[in-house]
Design a protein around this ligand. Sequence first.
Ligand code: S3P
Length: 432
Amino acid sequence: MISNSIEAGINGIPNIPGDKSISHRSIIIPSISNGICEVDNILRSDDVLHTLNAFKTMGVKIENYEKKIIIYGKGLNSLHEPKDPIYLGNSGTSARLLTGLLSAQKFKSVLTGDKSLSSRPMKRISDPLSRMNAKIITSNGSLPLRIEASNLIPTIIDLKIPSAQIKSGLLLASLNIKGKTTIIEHKITRDHTETMLSSFGSNIKVFKENNKKIINIEGQKELLPKNIDVPNDLSSSAFFIVSALINKNSNIILRNINNNPTRNGIILALKKMGGKIKLKNQRYHNNENVCDIEVASSELTGCELGPEFADLMIDEYPILAIAASFANSPSLFRGLKELRVKESDRLKLILLNLQKCGVECKSENDNLFINPKKKYDVINNIIQTDFDHRIAMAFCIMATKIGPLNILDSESIKTSFPNFLEELNKLGGKVF
Ligand code: S3P
């Protein structure tokens, strides 16, 4: 795919798809609830479809309509044993959350994924689950993994790695455990699972103690059915927000965007850089913060962000790095270790590809330093993405400023934002 520079700016109202994290949970939690749930605005991307198919193969009836899906929940204990291994494509969220859920079922199951997912760490979820008495056999710490039926026991888990996927996997496992499971979180991670479980009537209590978040959950309580309206995805919006900020003559409005305070660091960071971003019509819908976002072309200033920002915006560093490349002063982003274990080693690919575009940047101790210039001489316009959707989309936005980039393996974009290219072109982008 070739993405090209533009002059007229990025203007209009893009259709941003439903939030990916909330969409996964909007299939998993209704499927194990005790009744019928209608889910509106679910993201229909490859990653989410893998989660949906997983539950269909475990006997959950899911009806697909143009705007919504209807899920006939089977309760906590009536999923069917899958006949074949469950294939999860590129989706880390499906893999971690299902490992948790399935480890507390009365049947065995096998999870597999594509090349990228099969190289990602799974011990981070299988280790704490094993402490809860789960029986999980990984392949050298990764997929394929096999889960044997087991009776899990109430346990206190001190979560050292900041990860919503691990936390959510453990919470889903604990739903089937008699007694109280406790999860202690040292850093903020997205809280969609706790929020949704609580609205489905689960016995979950969340509080702060000594600067840590404590989650107590009493298992074996049936979940009540509920309808869900999935808000639109801030992580997908971020590509459009940055494209409007860095291109002259731009003005866009993004509607109905999830603005959950556990993951809206990109808004805080871009505002800190001087981005003209207005949050409008802020409201609370389905227990999630939602708003509309207006963005205009801006003169950005570089900034320094500590590791606490990484907790609030881990998926947004590829596109933040593009914004920083067009600021009028250097930026330093600290504490990006987790970026190395995403759909690709994102820190490596950000550096490699920015350098190909002529940007001066370096990384030391998992920090990223970017020294922007007024104009770039592209050294090599072939962008390596290792099938990582966020790297591909970030460099499409880079190309709107610096001219043709040949972005390899860009079909990965459909894992999270199938209409990204159409939407970008509709607003003035030039991608073909
Ligand atoms: C996600 C959590 C994050 C994020 C991923 C989605 C989720 O991963 O990077 O894209 O839906 O829980 P970690 O929990 O591994 O940080």
